[in-house]
Each structure stands twice: as structure tokens, then as C-alpha cells.
Design a protein around this ligand. Structure first.
Ligand code: EPU
Length: 424
């Protein structure tokens, strides 16, 4: 177990380089299952989710090699050639829900896979029913026994019309990955529009797949017989960039954020600009400067291009510093407001209206406290709160942050923050 010790009160200043997007790279790794050729990814973030995915794929028989590219950027070379153990165990699913993205590529390429239900038998929360139904629509036979899906398509998958009842990012990606090698045309309606989905489409098309976004929410995939190797650069992580933008705003700082596409961050930057944060678009990112006072805001999370659920908790820290009453409505997840209790410990004034809605009154100074984090984005949120507090906080549950933020403390230290990691 490790902890962060953070002493706030320093305005963060300088440049920060954003890593490749976690929510793109994990699916691109799975896409390597679609060909025997080598697939090479650049701008691969050094985060533990990538290491878990790499370990899972290597257990199946993939060859993976990680090296450092230009300017220390992570490079990952993968080859599915030796994949022969078409079994994704419970251990992988327990460590990382996104291991379920291997379902579509393994099934379409090898005709069968046994894959653990993420969360074991706990089907209630963050289920994968839409992924499974999409595979069945493509002709797979899937049986669920003892926490595992036994999926088969001995004579291959067939193109079909998949209509999602609501937007699912990984569900869209799993269906699309499977459809690339299916016979005939697949249409996905109510498809996710996240930039990470489009980056995956770009990689797949460069491998020889035929995928077109014929309308914002509609994908058409013409199955092909085989795909070939590729070299692809992962887009910058808009969620990491958003986290640093809030760090600038709540510490009275001035940060230039490099390596991210500002167009991917429209809802977020419009929201914080509306609250008074000074945002300037640059060639390869954003410059974010704090203001003396902020205005309250009302935010509802939505699938892209709406306000990202993954930036909802970090935004709450800015709301504690805004003048008036802000409101949050989390529409994607049922349980993503738990972090508010930790913010209250630090002095925030937050009223939880129900599991999905909260009101935040500000501005309130935050105070250093001992806080616990339970997930990745809550972790980033506590770091932001601790940076804006004037004294010292102790944050436990650091491993959650390492899942998705590359070298967060050294990036923050380079901007002037006082943050250290200790073994506890
Ligand atoms: N859902 C179902 N059934 C399904 C699939 C999803 O009910 O079969 C529900 C989920 O429980 C959730 C909603 O649909 O309430 C949307 O979930 P979605 O499938 O879109 O989420 P995901 O693809 O599993 C990705 C990101 C998440 C991000 C969400 C929403 C990855 C690896 N993860 O998850 O990222 O919050 O999309 O944008 O891409 C994070 O980075 O911290 C993170 C959790």
C-alpha cells in the first residue's frame, strides 16, 4: 500500500505533456488479436491498466514487447501469432473490467473464447449484457456458467444490425472489433462517438478494415477476410488533460498542457470557461490560467460529445471554489458520487440529493485531511482537492490513480506541487 502526502497552496506553473489515452490504448491492444502480423502502438501510456492488459494477453500467448520511443514515449509491439489459450481468467477480470474487450476480437478471429464476467457473478453493477447480446446478434452462441461466458462461432460471425438501447463505449468497440472479420455488413445504431472510439476506427482502417461512421451515431462495417499489421499513434488522454486544467484553476496556476487535441475537450472547456477559467487553445493543447473568482455551474454528464463522466468528480473540486451553488447530475453511473463524502471531510459544503445528484456551495477553503480513494477518478479528485488546500493531506488508495495517470506525482512536482509517495 502506498500513500500520497500532498501539501497544497502552491500555484502550479509550467508545461505538462499528456500521455496516450488509457481508454483508447486498451482496445487497440485487443485489436492486435485480429491479425497474425505485428501491430505497433506509439504514445503508449505507462499506467498499470496497460501492464495488466499486457500480462493478460501474454498469458493467452501473445508476444508483446515494450520499448521506449522518441522522447521517452512508450512503444508497444504485439503479435497474436502464438495466441492459443483462448481463456481470459477471472483474475484478469477482477483486476480490470476492460479485459472484457478481448471477447469480440478473440471470438471473431479464433471462433471461440472463454471469458470471465467482470465482477464475477455480480451481474447487477456495470454489466456486460449489451456486449454479449451484440455477439449473439452477430451469430455467436454464448453460454454463461460459473462466472464465465463460453462463446463460440465455429463457422464465423455474420454481419447484422446491432441497435444499442443506450450508448455504451466498450459495447460499441467490442461489436465493431468483432464485425471487422465477420461475413457481410454490420450496422451499429446508437454507437458511441467518443474520440477514443474514432481513434480505434482509424487504427482498424489502417489494418485493412472497412468501417465508416455514416451518421454521428451510426457505424457501418463491411467484414473483410483478413487484416494486416499496423503502426498507430494513440491520441492524447483528454481526461488526464482535463485533470491538469483543473489543477491550474484550483491552485491559482498557469499550465500549458501539451499533447492533446482541444477539439476532444469541447464540453469540458466550455464548462470551465463558463465558470471563469481562462482557456487558450494552442497548436497541441491548451493553456489554462486561473482566475481570482469562479462562477457556479450546473453540469449533467452525458456520452460524448456531452460532459464526460470521468471529469465529473475532478470538476467538483473547482465547484467548491466557485461563488454560489453548483449542481451535478451523474447520468451514466449509479455510484459515482461517493467521493463527495471525502471532499466534505476537507471542508466542502455538499448536499447529496440522491445517488446521482449533488449540490455544491462555494467558495469554501479546503483543509488537509486523511482521505481514502476508491477509484481512479476519485483519486485524481482528492489530489486536486489536496493541492488547493493550504495544509497537508494524506491520500491512501494510490494504486487506483496509477491505473490511469502516468507518473502523476512527477508531472505535478515539475509544475511546482509538493507531493510525495510513501510506502505505508
Ligand atoms: N452498461 C450496461 N450494459 C453493458 C454495458 C454498459 O448496462 O453491457 C452500462 C454501464 O453500467 C454504464 C453505462 O452503460 O452505466 C455506460 O457504460 P459504458 O459501456 O459506456 O462504459 P465502458 O465502456 O465500460 C468506458 C470507459 C470508462 C468511462 C465510460 C463512459 C474504458 C476502458 N472505460 O467504460 O472510463 O467512464 O466508458 O464514458 O473505455 C475511467 O476512465 O475512469 C472509466 C471508468
Amino acid at each position: 500500500m502506498q500513500k500520497f502526502i500532498v501539501t497544497g497552496g502552491t500555484p502550479l506553473q509550467g508545461d505538462v505533456r499528456i500521455a496516450g489515452a488509457k481508454n483508447a490504448v486498451l482496445k487497440m491492444m485487443a485489436a492486435a488479436a485480429l491479425t497474425d502480423d505485428a501491430c505497433r502502438l506509439t504514445n503508449v501510456p505507462q499506467i498499470s491498466d496497460v501492464r495488466i492488459m499486457a500480462r493478460t494477453m501474454s498469458d493467452i500467448g501473445f508476444d508483446l514487447e515494450r520499448t521506449d520511443g522518441a522522447a521517452g514515449e512508450g512503444v508497444l509491439e504485439m503479435r497474436a501469432g502464438a495466441a492459443n489459450w483462448l481463456f481470459v481468467p477471472l483474475e484478469a477480470a477482477m483486476k480490470m473490467r476492460s479485459s472484457f474487450i478481448l471477447l469480440g476480437p478473440l471470438l471473431t478471429r479464433f471462433g471461440r473464447v472463454i471469458i470471465s464476467n467482470p465482477g464475477g457473478d455480480r451481474i447487477g453493477r456495470r454489466p456486460v449484457d449489451l456486449h454479449v447480446e451484440a455477439m449473439q446478434t452477430l451469430g455467436a452462441e454464448i453460454e454463461y456458467k460459473n462466472g464465465y461466458y463460453f462463446a463460440e462461432a465455429p463457422s464465423g460471425l455474420r454481419g447484422a444490425h446491432i441497435e444499442f438501447p443506450y450508448v455504451t463505449v466498450m459495447g460499441t468497440e467490442n461489436a465493431m472489433l468483432a464485425a471487422t472479420l465477420a461475413k457481410g455488413t454490420t450496422v451499429i445504431s446508437n454507437a458511441a462517438q467518443e474520440p477514443e472510439v474514432d481513434d480505434l476506427i482509424a487504427m482498424l482502417c489502417a489494418m485493412g478494415a472497412r468501417i465508416e461512421r455514416t451518421a454521428p451515431h451510426r457505424l457501418e462495417i463491411e467484414g473483410v477476410d483478413r487484416l494486416h499489421g499496423v503502426e498507430h499513434r494513440v491520441i492524447g488522454d483528454r481526461l488526464e488533460a482535463g485533470t491538469f486544467a483543473i489543477a491550474a484553476a484550483v491552485t491559482g496556476g498557469d499550465i500549458t498542457i501539451r499533447g492533446v487535441e482541444p477539439a476532444h475537450m469541447g464540453s469540458f472547456t466550455d464548462t470551465i470557461a463558463g465558470m471563469g477559467v481562462d482557456i487558450e487553445t494552442t497548436d497541441d493543447g491548451l493553456r489554462v490560467r486561473a482566475a481570482d473568482t469562479y462562477r457556479a455551474a450546473d453540469v449533467e454528464t452525458q456520452p460524448y460529445p456531452g460532459f464526460a463522466t470521468d471529469l465529473q468528480a475532478p470538476l467538483a473540486v473547482l465547484m467548491t471554489q466557485a461563488d454560489g451553488v453548483s449542481s451535478i447530475h451523474e447520468t451514466i453511473y449509479e455510484d459515482r458520487l461517493d467521493y463527495t463524502m471525502e471532499l466534505v471531510k476537507m471542508g466542502a459544503v455538499i448536499e447529496a440529493l440522491d445517488e446521482r445528484r449533488a449540490r455544491i456551495a462555494g467558495p469554501t477553503p479546503l483543509h488537509g485531511r486523511e482521505v481514502e480513494i476508491a477509484d481512479l477518478r476519485a483519486g485524481a479528485t482528492m489530489i486536486l482537492a489536496a493541492l488547493s488546500a493550504s495544509d497537508t493531506s494524506v491520500i491512501s488508495g494510490v494504486e487506483h490513480v496509477d491505473r490511469g495517470y502516468e507518473a502523476i506525482e512527477s508531472k505535478l512536482v515539475a509544475l511546482g506541487a509538493r507531493i510525495t509517495r510513501i510506502d505505508a
